[in-house]
Ligand binder design. Sequence first.
Ligand SMILES: C[S@@+](CC[C@H](N)C(=O)[O-])C[C@H]1O[C@@H](n2cnc3c(N)ncnc32)[C@H](O)[C@@H]1O
Length: 210
Amino acid sequence: MKKDYIKENKNAYDTLAHEYENRNYAVQDDFYQNIMFKDLDFTKGKKILEIGPGRGARLKNFCDYGLDVTAIELSSEMSKLCLEKAPRAKIINKNVFDCEFKDKFDFIYMEAVIHNFPITEAEKLLDVIYNWLKDDGILICTTTVDEIEKEGYQEKQDYDNKIKRFRHHYTEESFKNLFIKHNYKIKDKKYKEEIDKDRKKLWQILYLTK
Ligand SMILES: C[S@@+](CC[C@H](N)C(=O)[O-])C[C@H]1O[C@@H](n2cnc3c(N)ncnc32)[C@H](O)[C@@H]1O
């Protein structure tokens, strides 16, 4: 398998980009602003890096807060959507493992992305981004709550286009332990419930520090 998952994921998200853009989202902007970002100090000019922004909805929020916004997005189709929504953001259309930064970030944001990596690669990624985070920086990372930990190529059930991408499923325990093993401290935890006709998912949101 090795790096094949990157190729498969790029192809899947290039193909799904317009479905992502046009779907109805059960959780709207106000959840992010009033709950998810509520306790974060998004003072103008603070530096945020989003990894895997997809269609760019959160990038737009980050720009609206006046943050200094950088994003790394594997899919070229998703990157185009990001540029349309958040023209002020610096969008890097690359695999995250091919990126380097001189400056460090106040925030690193990964929503629904960590689970696209096999566990061994997710572990490498956590070590890489540890060095991109300022000493008092915060990593925000989300995935679904699953009852059994497992991984492999999987079709996206809630999209019309039944294309496969790599998916790791975490339990609450295994998600927490992933970060603890890589020297992060858990600062806070929140949940996001997505319940509509297509999706019935519970998401776990971890806020992590060094
Ligand atoms: C499930 S989507 C989530 C998109 C968005 N964060 C959201 O919550 O709607 C995962 C995104 O991560 C991107 N991605 C996956 N692997 C990546 C990698 N190795 N480097 C950069 N981006 C990656 C995909 O192209 C896709 O846009």
